[in-house]
Design a protein around this ligand. Structure first.
Ligand SMILES: [Zn+2]
Length: 287
């Protein structure tokens, strides 16, 4: 992906490049972050990328890219919303769903952008949207922009790839050490120490911080596959990037992301640790 003039952080770039190169680019992405401008900038970059006709996408200079920039490309749709809260009705979701099955006008892919998806999609609209998310027609890209993706139900989150736009801030030494221990145990052949180290997730705030730190280190490891830049734990990230494929690193990051949203729902931390252990092992044993 061509990130020229794009300000976003290196981890996001690495994650997107890895998704693109592995030919498993998702049909639905959640662009999550507190800064509306960053969300929109990434949304525009991805929309252009989806419709661009050049070999280095997005080129920003071909006609489709320019149309996308001006917001007039016929294959890029923005959910309109209505009423005081600008909420998206079930009717509009049905229109989008119908529109999905009609072939694109000019591009190879159709893009549907839902800004403030965490605030504008009510329960009924989300339910109407689920089926399309579950069995999306070919060549569709949904971009859901959120400030707090954790508000969206698990059924939606699990069908999308969440990209977190937040820049990583510092972690205290204790958190970093424990996160490193958990990640190191991923490289062992049995799950005994993984389970033992995951038991550190025994308190909500602590569990959140640990998973955030794990995500940061894993993102660094993924970045190392394209550049030398790391933020947190260079040795460990290097080790992880050597031993694990990009696909596995992405899988691990997605799992940690889901873990973070699960914590915000007050689930039992024992169950969460067991679930994480199972998911990690599943990803690592995949061919
Ligand atoms: Zn272009």
């Amino acid at each position: 992906m061509n990130f020229e003039n794009f300000p976003g952080n290196e981890n996001i770039k690495a994650e997107l490049n890895a998704l693109e190169q592995n030919r498993r680019f998702p049909h639905a992405l959640i662009l999550n972050g507190s800064n509306a401008q960053s969300r929109e900038a990434l949304s525009q970059l991805l929309s252009k990328w989806a419709v661009c006709k050049s070999s280095s996408k997005p080129c920003s200079s071909c006609i489709p890219c320019q149309k996308a920039e001006k917001g007039v490309h016929p294959d890029i749709y923005f959910a309109k919303g209505s009423g005081k809260t600008d909420s998206i009705s079930v009717e509009e979701i049905r229109n989008i769903t119908r529109n999905c099955s009609i072939i694109a006008n000019e591009a190879d892919t159709k893009v549907f952008v839902i800004k403030d998806a965490d605030k504008r999609l009510g329960v009924e609209a989300l339910n109407a949207f689920l089926k399309t998310l579950e069995e999306p027609p070919q060549s569709i890209l949904f971009l859901l922009l959120t400030e707090d993706a954790g508000i969206l139900p698990e059924t939606v989150l699990s069908r999308c790839v969440v990209l977190n736009l937040e820049q990583i801030s510092g972690f205290d030494d204790e958190t970093l050490k424990e996160a490193q221990k958990i990640l190191l145990s991923l490289l062992e052949s049995t799950e005994i120490s993984l389970l033992k180290n995951l038991s550190a997730l025994n308190e909500k705030k602590k569990a959140e911080a640990l998973l955030e730190a794990m995500r940061a280190i894993l993102s660094d490891a993924l970045s190392m596959t394209v550049s030398e830049e790391t933020i947190l734990s260079r040795d460990l990230s290097e080790k992880l990037s050597e031993k694990l494929t990009k696909k596995k690193l992405i899988g691990l990051i997605e799992t940690v992301n889901r873990g973070i949203y699960t914590i915000s729902r007050n689930v039992s931390l024992v169950l969460l640790s067991t679930w994480l252990c199972g998911e990690f092992r599943r990803i690592l044993w995949q061919k």
